[in-house]
Write a protein that binds this ligand. Structure first.
Ligand code: FAD
Length: 407
């Protein structure tokens, strides 16, 4: 047992797992990533696919998160130009829109300041004469339309690209490899996983639990027993509908609850999302699926902005998918408090203060995966052996090894 040795074993090949693999390999460490299904088979292929600062997080005063995400967005635009593309975003404001023009203008000004007045941070209010060019947007009762810029990606392709970069630095990936047991000892851990019906063991100096919504299931398989962070899982659904948006991405307010919903061009169709719905704490994350109620909510939202989607004869839904947000609960919050307005910061939980052998990632953003991965490496620095760094993740070019043609 334990005949294979790695500096770092990562559990989960979503964006966080592959990000940690890339950062660890760039720092000169040997790395194995274990993934029970395939690359990006969890949340990292079911996101809104935005590489963004998160304009709406300004409402919750999450300034450091927005600043970090904007910095990461700038790096991704530079390092992954074939995968991360700047897009115009439009915010239409009607008489009954809750977020008034002054609020949007203030938010966008702050966003531009935080983005360092980079070209990608500039915004403007579009003149009335331009409104009719906006993909059939309803202009009745329209008071203002703001345009700003953020970026869009293909989340699964980005995950593949980061893993490809990690592999080129020496990291190994095992797919179809389910982590089943971890025993922490003084100098590291013995890990077991199942692959093709066989149990395989290896040893690691440090283990990173990047299992996304499965995070506490993985933690429960580690001994000595670890105290988990309490989390809420919140389901977010997207629908893909027939149609085209040629101008960019629209930032809408759902008529029923005033939540932000995006409509964006996606593979020759339109992606609309997302919803927020509590997911049962004991339910299996692998069973998350869109509901009819969510699809109806998203269709009603797009129809309220684009008249072409009212009174349709045919069902325009082409496909739908759902993913789970992992929202860590603060120590002073209670079970009944709504998780929807909770801060979206990432929590890194070590098994012990000094020289942690295990680091568990809770929550996080696709956009900030690299910054999160570097924070993990920093926390593990005292645990890991000294190695010579071979690369800097801020400069590594990212390319999808299996690019797909846009449909
Ligand atoms: C609806 C929605 C929309 C979002 N939109 C955006 C957005 O537009 N922009 C943005 O920046 N962020 C967005 N996010 C956040 C972002 O998508 C997530 O933070 C990110 O994808 C999480 O990645 P992860 O690697 O932590 O988890 P996952 O991608 O879920 O990866 C975890 C992996 O662990 C594997 N695993 C689990 N258990 C085991 C085991 N026992 N053994 C081996 N492998 C295991 C799973 O199979 C899975 O592949 C969104 C999230 C949601 C839910």
């Amino acid at each position: 047992m334990g005949n294979r040795y790695y500096d770092v074993v990562v559990i989960g090949a979503g964006i966080h797992g592959v990000g940690v693999a890339q950062a660890a390999a760039a720092a000169g460490h040997s790395v194995l990533v274990l993934e029970q299904e395939g690359l990006a088979s969890g949340t990292s292929s079911r996101s809104s696919k935005l590489i963004h600062g998160g304009l709406r997080y300004l409402e919750g005063m999450q300034f450091s998160l927005v600043r970090e995400c904007l910095r990461e967005r700038a790096l991704l635009l530079k390092n992954a130009p074939s995968l991360v593309k700047l897009q115009p975003f439009y915010i239409p404001i009607y008489k009954d829109t809750r977020r008034r023009p002054w609020l949007i203008r203030t938010g966008l000004t702050l966003y531009a300041v935080m983005g360092g007045f980079h070209r990608a941070s500039l915004f403007r209010s579009l003149g009335r004469e331009k409104w009719h060019t906006l993909d059939g947007l309803d202009t009745i009762g329209l008071e203002a339309v703001f345009r700003y810029y953020d970026a869009q990606t293909d989340d699964a392709a980005l995950t593949r690209a980061v893993m490809h970069s990690a592999e080129s630095l020496g990291a190994l990936l095992e797919t179809g490899a389910q982590f089943t047991d971890g025993q922490l000892h003084n100098d590291g851990a013995v890990i077991q996983y199942q692959k093709n019906g066989q149990t395989i063991a290896c040893e690691a100096r440090a283990v990173v639990n990047a299992a996304g919504p499965w995070v506490n299931q993985v933690l429960a398989k580690i001994s000595p027993q670890q105290t988990p962070q309490t989390v809420d899982l919140v389901q977010g659904t997207h629908i893909v509908i027939e149609g085209r948006l040629t101008k960019g991405i629209y930032y809408m307010e759902a008529p029923s609850d005033r939540r932000a919903v995006f409509a964006m061009p996606w593979q020759g169709k339109i992606l609309v999302g997302t919803t927020e719905r509590r997911f049962g704490p004991d339910a299996d994350p692998g069973t998350v699926a869109p509901t009819e109620e969510e699809a109806r909510y998203l269709l009603q939202t797009i129809a309220s902005y684009f008249p072409a989607y009212r009174n349709l004869q045919r069902n325009p839904i082409f496909s739908a998918f759902a993913g789970l947000r992992v929202l860590p609960r603060a120590a002073d919050s209670n079970e009944n408090e709504s998780p929807f307005s909770r801060p979206r910061e990432t929590v890194l939980l070590p098994d012990r203060e000094q020289a942690p052998r295990l680091l568990t990632i809770y929550g996080g953003k696709l956009t900030a995966y690299r910054a999160t991965a570097e924070k993990c490496l920093k926390q593990l620095r005292s645990t890991l052996p000294d190695r010579d760094a071979t690369a800097d993740t801020r400069c590594l070019t990212l390319k999808d090894p299996q690019p797909q043609q846009d449909g």
